[in-house]
Design a protein around this ligand. Structure first.
Ligand code: BTN
Length: 232
């Protein structure tokens, strides 16, 4: 279903995808010079890792949050299938192992004549993690002490993504959420840093809009729409 365009080096696969804007296309790069994360952060993107962006047509703006979820489940399944490693999904867009980041997802919307979305996925496979990030991030080859087959991961990722994207087109929202929850950090003690306020509590649930619900120490449920999560 997806047509792949590969580059040796790009500033950012998300930015190149925004120029190409052909639905069902995947833009890949061996390295990125200006890899982007959420909140305009940098995404360290040296050679060896996986850096790709999917260009997708969506029907509904609501589908945007679901695309991030689908990408997280697909990357998680790919890592399990190829490396036999179970990672945890941290809301809304990270895969962690032992509390360190293996994968990040950046979904951006391009609402013009057609509603298009760009889903950027970065997976730390064989790339060197800079010392400054070594407390927060880890690569699969460091964890498993062997070279990781990027091609196999990408092919499994795209196969899984295609399957979940079909579910999304058919509005099977609850199936997507229930698969997401299977390897999600529900029940963990977390701290949440939003733009305006900090919270702490237990990751309690995900609602139908893909927002995170936490329960604080008084048992009050709080809906989190954006922010950074820290596992305690
Ligand atoms: C995050 O965790 O903040 C999201 C990181 C997303 C990184 C990927 S790598 C491929 C794509 N191109 C980019 O510039 N960013 C995303």
């Amino acid at each position: 279903m997806f047509k792949t365009i590969s580059f040796k080096r790009l500033d950012s696969t998300n930015d190149r995808a925004k120029q190409i804007l052909e639905p069902n296309t995947v833009i890949m790069a061996e390295e990125q010079l200006k890899g982007k994360g959420r909140f305009n952060r940098n995404w360290s993107s040296s050679k060896g890792g996986i850096y790709l962006s999917l260009i997708l047509e969506i029907k509904d703006a609501k589908d945007l949050s679901y695309l991030t979820i689908i990408a997280a489940i697909s990357a998680q399944k790919a890592i399990k299938e190829v490396c036999n490693l179970s990672s945890v999904i941290k809301w809304p867009n990270d895969l962690l192992y032992n509390n360190k980041k293996l994968c990040g997802i950046l979904t951006e919307s391009m609402i013009g004549k057609k509603k298009l979305a760009i889903v950027g996925i970065g997976i730390n496979t064989n790339n060197e993690i800079p010392l400054s990030l070594s407390k927060k991030s880890i690569s699969l080859n460091k964890l498993l002490k062997k070279k990781i087959d990027n091609k196999k991961i990408v092919s499994s990722l795209l196969k899984n993504f295609e399957k979940y994207f079909k579910l999304l087109k058919n509005k099977k929202y609850s199936k997507i959420i229930s698969d997401w929850k299977k390897n999600f950090f529900l029940g963990s003690n977390i701290k949440v840093k939003t733009m305006n306020k900090n919270y702490s509590g237990i990751a309690y649930d995900i609602d139908k809009d893909c927002f995170l619900i936490i329960k604080d120490k008084y048992g009050k449920k709080i809906t989190i729409k954006e922010g950074d999560i820290f596992l305690e």
